[in-house]
Design a protein around this ligand. Structure first.
Ligand SMILES: Cc1cc2nc3c(=O)[nH]c(=O)nc-3n(C[C@H](O)[C@H](O)[C@H](O)COP(=O)(O)OP(=O)(O)OC[C@H]3O[C@@H](n4cnc5c(N)ncnc54)[C@H](O)[C@@H]3O)c2cc1C
Length: 421
């Protein structure tokens, strides 16, 4: 008879919830994963940018961003858009975001994100060694091309900072970018240079989630799919159960890993978590057979804030960041803009007829740092807020969570990611 340590309910079957379940099950806990969707990976983990972007972790809040905010508020078609709203949680988030835009705050967040991303790379390797999953995973490298000399200078500054923190990156001239990626010829005139990170990886996040789901079942993890968390059940100031659409579920610990919904769900328990939905879009287009016009590496067009990742016979194109909308609707004008960017950047590389449009909500915190650990409500733990890097940071976030729950000393400074709500 197996001895379980604790009954733990994980709320959310995206990449963060599933990796959490993997590490918690490995520790010997009796884990139940619930999700309101009927299948795993139906939220932001479904068709994201596909990049395991371990070195490119700079937070959205950065010097120079404050000056751009008025444009983001006024222009609906800019790569980043802020909706005007008087919602108090949203306004508090915006103020905290603006406060995080100083060079010091941004550099400090970069260092903390790099520490977690290094742990994530090691943790994913360890997970896959124990639980092999085929998710079109490969190390193809990443090239971020810049559109102006000023942008290139700022990217080189970030590269120098990250070199002191262990990143292996290289600044390339326009000619060097084109030499290693001739597929960029169509946009050559607007490339000022690029930053190459040779050991970045790609993979299909949904396939990894589905593989983890299959692998977790024989490990004794229970899945309650189609079960929506309605409200917390509190007794004596402790969280003792969740009321869900499938009934009440009791446990000793609850891990909130509900992605962009985590802020709203935490509020039901009286906990303030600064997590807001940041909508983004992707298209997936099959590569044309025999075409040499597609990139080999993942490419980021920094000026347009669009990423291109060759993954599993297709090109995944992702971009846009819209704050202040809670619906993951794939607006036709955004999808058309991504398709136009794809055709202008890599003309003829893909078959645009059958392209798959998608929109998802990044779980964004003001600093871009995720929130991992216990809250002040006894028994409620959080693993949320990985933002634009949830695929990249999931394995390390999950391991940190499991270490904290087990009372082990984690290999990163847990206080850097502690929820303060
Ligand atoms: C356009 C785009 C591109 C991106 N590109 C990349 C990239 O290239 N690399 C990278 O690292 N990251 C990327 N990201 C970010 C990444 O996709 C997310 O950070 C990550 O998927 C978040 O995972 P999650 O498990 O926290 O959330 P989700 O995958 O959203 O999972 C949360 C789950 O919680 C469930 N849930 C919500 N409310 C309830 C409730 N009340 N009851 C029960 N269940 C509930 C939802 O159904 C959902 O399944 C991108 C995101 C977007 C939108």
């Amino acid at each position: 008879m197996r001895q379980w340590l604790m009954r733990i309910v994980v709320i959310g079957a995206g990449i963060v919830g599933l990796t959490s379940a993997w590490w918690l099950a490995r520790d010997g806990h009796a884990v139940t994963v619930i999700d309101r969707a009927e299948a795993v990976a139906q939220g932001a983990s479904f068709a994201n940018g596909a990049q395991l972007s371990y070195s490119y972790v700079a937070p959205l809040a950065a010097p120079g961003v404050v000056q751009q905010v008025p444009g983001w508020l006024l222009r609906g078609d800019s790569p980043v858009h802020l909706r005007a709203s008087v919602n108090p949680a949203y306004l508090r988030w915006l103020l905290a975001f603006l406060a995080a835009c100083s060079a010091n705050a941004s550099d400090a967040a970069t260092a903390k994100l790099l520490a977690l991303s290094a742990l994530s790379r090691a943790s994913l390797t360890e997970m896959l060694a124990a639980t092999p999953v085929d998710f079109a995973h490969r190390r193809n490298g990443k090239l971020v091309v810049q559109g102006s000399a000023a942008a290139m200078a700022s990217a080189e500054r970030q590269m120098r900072l990250q070199a002191t923190l262990g990143s292996r990156q290289q600044a390339l001239s326009r000619a060097a970018c084109l030499e290693i990626e001739p597929s960029l010829a169509a946009i050559a005139p607007r490339i000022a240079g690029g930053i190459l990170t040779p050991d970045e990886e790609v993979g299909d996040c949904r396939l990894l989630c589905e593989g983890l789901h299959r692998a977790l079942l024989p490990l004794g993890v229970r899945f309650l799919l189609g079960a929506e968390m309605r409200r917390p059940v509190l007794r004596g100031g402790r969280l003792v159960a969740l009321l869900t659409s499938a009934g009440e579920i009791e446990a000793e610990r609850f891990v909130l890993a509900a992605g962009a919904q985590s802020g709203a769900l935490a509020r039901l328990a009286g906990i303030a978590l600064p997590v807001q939905p940041l909508r983004g879009y992707s298209i997936t287009a099959q590569l044309r057979a025999g075409s040499n016009r597609a990139p080999i590496r993942s490419i980021t067009d920094a000026a347009r804030k669009i990423v291109y990742a060759p993954v599993g016979g297709a090109l995944r194109v992702a971009g846009f960041a819209e704050l202040g909308g809670a619906q993951a609707e794939a607006k036709p004008q955004r999808i058309a803009a991504l398709a136009a960017a794809l055709e202008a950047t890599f003309p003829g590389a893909c078959d645009l007829d059958g392209l798959q449009p998608w929109a998802g909500l990044r779980p964004a915190t003001p600093t871009s740092l995720p929130l991992i650990g216990p809250t002040r409500l006894a028994n409620l733990w959080v693993n949320a807020g990985q933002g634009a890097l949830g695929f990249t940071l999931a394995a390390g976030s999950a391991r940190l969570l499991a270490d904290l729950l087990a009372g082990r000393t984690p290999s990163v400074a847990a206080a850097d990611y502690a929820p303060r709500g």
